[in-house]
Write a protein that binds this ligand. Structure first.
Ligand code: PMT
Length: 224
């Protein structure tokens, strides 16, 4: 039987990639399938939470009992996450948000002309960093880090810079970890220096492993 240790809590999860349009038919994106975020949303709902899932475009069916808020661009995700995030006890940011978007959005399809084409990019807002700045007393903020090198250093840097309570790092160069597949292998870092490595497992089990940590942290704070 799944524990109801998140009963009554509002949990906001983000999932999937963002799409950053170049013209009416093209966009920049990444390899996120949404599976990790959807597994987290499903697992949190199973544990009794009221779940809002802000998701970029994926081919996945939203889990039952979860409120889906579909978005496309990083800017749209920023707006929805800030709107729903203020009332959430827990925010988990599994989405792979584009750091940059094309500076100019062409309203016509870009024509093939020269042998080279340069696209200028401009930075998107960092949603997690903004959540960290606005974090309410007691709110638990969980970030992800998709790393290809220096995992621990980059993870700890994100944890502290963005004012997070937990950081879930995946080394996306490991077989079976990270983008698109049904499994993941993560290391979870806490803000007091605690670290826990979970074995390679399907994303649903990884999601419950992450929520075990979230739940322990929440209950240690409220004394329950
Ligand atoms: O979707 P799947 O195919 O199942 O793959 C899962 C996953 C690999 C996408 C997932 O496990 C994961 O690692 N998600 C985070 C990917 C990522 O973008 O990492 P990052 O290191 O670039 O970003 C760090 C954190 O900041 C993330 O929590 C991200 O949501 C957040 N961020 C990043 C940029 C930005 N502009 N705003 C943000 O909030």
């Amino acid at each position: 039987l799944t524990p109801q240790d998140l009963a009554g809590l509002m949990v906001l999860v983000t999932a999937g990639p963002t799409r950053e349009p170049l013209d009416p038919v093209r966009y920049l994106t990444n390899r996120s399938s949404g599976k990790m975020g959807y597994a987290l949303a499903r697992a949190a709902a199973q544990r009794g939470a009221r779940v809002v899932l802000v998701s970029g475009p994926t081919g996945l069916t939203p889990p039952p009992e979860v409120q889906l808020v579909p978005v496309e661009t990083a800017q749209e995700m920023y707006e929805q996450v800030l709107q729903y995030g203020s009332g959430a006890a827990v925010v988990i940011k599994a989405a792979a948000v584009a750091d940059y978007r094309p500076l100019q959005l062409s309203d016509q399809k870009i024509k093939k002309k020269d042998t080279q084409l340069t696209v200028q990019l401009t930075q998107n807002p960092d949603i997690l960093a903004e959540l960290g700045r606005r974090k309410a007393q007691g709110q638990i903020l969980v970030g992800f880090a998709a790393e290809t090198c220096n995992l621990q250093k980059n993870a700890l840097d994100k944890l502290h810079r963005k004012n997070l309570d937990l950081l879930v790092a995946n080394d996306v160069t490991l077989p079976g970890a990270g983008f698109d597949g049904d499994t993941n292998q993560v290391r979870i870092f806490g803000s007091q220096g605690q670290e826990e490595s979970l074995p390679l497992m399907n994303k649903h089990k990884v999601a419950h492993g992450i929520l075990d940590r979230v739940s322990r942290l929440y209950h240690s704070r409220v004394g329950g």
